[in-house]
Design a protein around this ligand. Structure first.
Ligand code: AMP
Ligand code: ZN
Length: 668
């Protein structure tokens, strides 16, 4: 056999053994035989570099180094899930679904809610091309190199797979594997990892993929994003899971198709206790409307699909002693009380600290030093204290008196009416606030300055080189080189990173300014509405409250920010430095304005484009989409099997009804 054929044969064989071992749990050769074949393939590939294949089984051992994880825009947004915590919540959801769909023929797929790190993997022509973390749902990090080392992720598909699709799943660290990793760490004198979920998600962001390859990670797949399933006639979520298996994906067998709310509740109740028999952690179950066309009809809210809901299990609790309370100062000056606990095991991990939220919480629960407290782990990384075992309280214990002064700068704390938190008002003189603001400014979702990290910011501050983010733009290379752990190259990178940040779009800069309550999403909204920081600075409280989804709290905080002359001076300097303080109109330009002032609604099964694409097209031509039939609706675009919406629109008589083709003609 010529080397090329032999290499291909070896690759196929190894692929199959991999699948048998890691996906089917049914190996047909010994580990030793496998290693021998793998070594043989590695040697041949070294001898024949011209036959390199980035999806060869040899790539699984890692070796690739990722210096910086590139941001990738998801072609289909990765939504969150709405949560429910009781039977009543589930009932409400089911009633809502029936009402919207106007149908009694609805089935559901019940699945486990895997507690790991979500991943979106793209396959084209059967080959893994890219794997991206969820990130903020719109864009995530390209972690392909690391994902390829996870043995249950197929690099090459088998069977009759769709030509081009995304598949989503959860990267998991089974409990056994996690415990083994910790035993080794403890033996080496290292701190054990907190919990399997964080370690799984941390594993995806390791720079050295050999390290990722060495961790016993698994990937469980649960949903497709695809335009065209190709030859497979897939109409339901449940079928899609069965097909995923035939392509080589690892899909656990616990999904169940059901037809009633009673069965949904029975499934949830069963797994609430049976979860402990699983070799990995789940934090609930997920219920999905089974029919994919019904899913499309139900669509999404701003955050989550209407066609799915998570049912979250009750959190686990333990009791331990509260040793002391410390106070942390955040970048906005907000004070967070933190409980220092006698270490205790909770849901498989050791807990030493817990959040106490704020003064009210401490007062309400009457939490005192030396109390036995109940600690609970919710979705957050840091557990929280939910109660006190008063029967065990020491007779001499005293009521907790909340801190009156900032632990960092000793300024007297303030608490505004209606605010749950205390604040240190020393905005420009309190180290964690000053440093925290700059760290926020350079962070990933903000200006994302390459070559500059949080620790360096702290160092620059300590050396008196920066006190505001505007100071970053005045740094010179000579100032930086003498600093600890800096060399000419790293100093150069820092300066270049700062210079490059001037191109960051306005919405991210606005987020980076660190205005209280203005998170990334709100910043996007405000940037779109006001188009420049100067317009925003001139907006009154009332005007701001008129903007979609902006409430009193945000409006107040925005106004307070721009009233402060110190902030205005900093903005002036950012402006002089050339930072983007307004929207770049060119990037925003619409394709046309033919639909200006017109509203659209899409119904039925669309065959020429998806609902998301439809919405984009409408917006690109200046129109908007709305969610229900009313006098405000101008156009209803109907796909196949349109139902009650079409009838309503016809009855109204004011709505123009279009086919998909007519819609496309309308926008040219
Ligand atoms: P949350 O992070 O609470 O908004 O929940 C949404 C996340 O649940 C998704 O991003 C997934 O990573 C995760 N998840 C785990 N299991 C499933 C499942 N079977 N179906 C959908 N999402 C799941
Ligand atoms: Zn302070």
């Amino acid at each position: 056999m010529n080397p090329q054929d032999y290499i291909l044969q070896l690759r196929n064989e190894l692929r199959e053994h991999n699948h048998n071992y890691y996906v089917l749990d049914n190996p047909t050769i010994s580990d030793y035989e496998f290693d021998v074949k793998l070594k043989e393939l590695q040697d041949l590939e070294v001898k024949h570099p011209e036959l390199y294949d980035e999806n060869s089984p040899t790539q699984r051992v890692g070796g690739g180094i990722t210096k910086k994880f590139h941001t990738v825009h998801h072609r289909y947004r990765m939504y969150s899930l709405d949560n429910s915590y009781s039977k009543e919540d589930l009932l409400d959801w089911e009633t809502r679904i029936h009402k919207i769909l106007d149908s009694d023929d609805i089935s559901y797929t019940c699945e486990l809610k895997y507690d790991g790190a979500s991943i979106n993997i793209t396959y084209t022509d059967g080959k893994l091309v890219r794997a991206v973390t969820r990130g903020d749902g719109f864009e995530g990090d390209d972690v392909t190199t690391n994902i390829k080392t996870i043995k249950s992720v197929p690099l090459q598909l088998q069977g009759d797979y769709p030509q081009d699709f995304d598949i989503r799943g959860e990267i998991m660290l089974p409990i056994d594997g996690f415990n083994k990793m910790n035993e080794i760490r403890i033996a080496n004198g290292e701190d054990p990892y907190m919990n399997p979920r964080n370690t799984a998600s941390g594993s995806l962001k390791l720079q050295d993929s050999t390290e990722t390859a060495s961790r016993p990670l698994e990937c469980y797949l649960y949903s497709f994003k695809v335009k065209d399933f190709g030859n497979a006639k897939i109409n339901t979520q449940f079928e899609s899971l069965q097909f995923a298996k035939t392509y080589g994906f690892k899909v656990p067998n616990h999904a169940k198709k059901v037809n009633s709310i009673d069965e949904i509740i029975a499934y949830a109740e069963h797994w609430e206790t049976a979860r402990h028999t699983l070799p990995y952690e789940i934090d609930g179950v997920v219920i999905k409307v089974n029919d994919l066309f019904q899913q499309e009809e139900l669509g999404y809210t701003a955050k989550a699909p209407r066609w799915a809901i998570a049912y979250k299990f009750k959190a686990e609790q333990v009791s331990t002693v509260l040793e002391s309370i410390s106070y942390q100062v955040g970048r906005t000056g907000a004070i967070t009380p933190v409980a220092n606990l006698v270490p205790v095991l909770l849901a498989g991990t050791t807990v030493k600290r817990a959040s106490l939220h704020n003064a009210d919480q401490i007062q309400k629960l009457d939490i005192r030093i030396n109390d036995y407290v109940y600690v609970e782990k919710g979705g957050e990384i840091i557990p929280k204290i939910v109660g006190v075992d008063v029967s065990k309280r020491d007779v001499n214990s005293c009521v907790t008196i909340y801190a009156s002064h900032c632990p960092e700068c000793n300024t007297e704390l303030i608490r505004n009416e209606g605010d749950a938190k205390h604040y240190c008002p020393n905005e420009f003189g309190c180290a964690p606030q000053v440093v925290g603001r700059i760290q926020h400014y350079i962070s990933r979702k903000a200006l994302d300055i390459e070559g500059l990290g949080g620790e360096t910011v702290a160092l620059l501050y300590k050396e008196g080189l920066v006190t505001t983010y505007a100071d970053l733009y005045d740094l010179t290379i000579d100032q930086i080189i003498p600093l600890e752990r800096m060399a000419e190259k790293s100093a150069q990178n820092l300066i270049e990173g700062v210079a490059a940040s001037k191109k960051t779009p306005f919405e991210k800069v606005l987020f980076g300014l660190g205005i209280r309550f203005v998170g990334a999403t709100v910043a996007k909204k405000l940037a779109k509405h006001y188009k420049s920081v100067w317009a925003l600075a001139n907006a009154t409280q009332e005007e701001l409250e008129q903007v979609d989804e902006i409430g009193v709290r945000i409006a107040e905080s925005v106004v307070a920010f721009f009233v402060d002359v110190k902030n205005l001076q900093v903005l002036e300097r950012l402006n002089e430095a050339g930072v983007q303080l307004e929207i770049n109109e060119e990037a925003q330009q619409l394709t046309s304005t033919v639909l200006e002032g017109k509203s659209f609604l899409f119904t039925g099964k669309l065959t020429q484009f998806t609902r998301d694409e439809a919405k984009d097209m409408v917006e690109q031509h200046g129109g908007k989409t709305i969610s229900g039939i009313s006098k405000k609706l101008d156009y209803l675009v109907v796909g196949e099997k349109a139902g009650s919406k079409l009838k309503k629109a016809e009855a109204l008589g004011t709505v123009t009804i279009l086919t998909e083709t007519e819609f496309l003609e309308l926008i040219g």
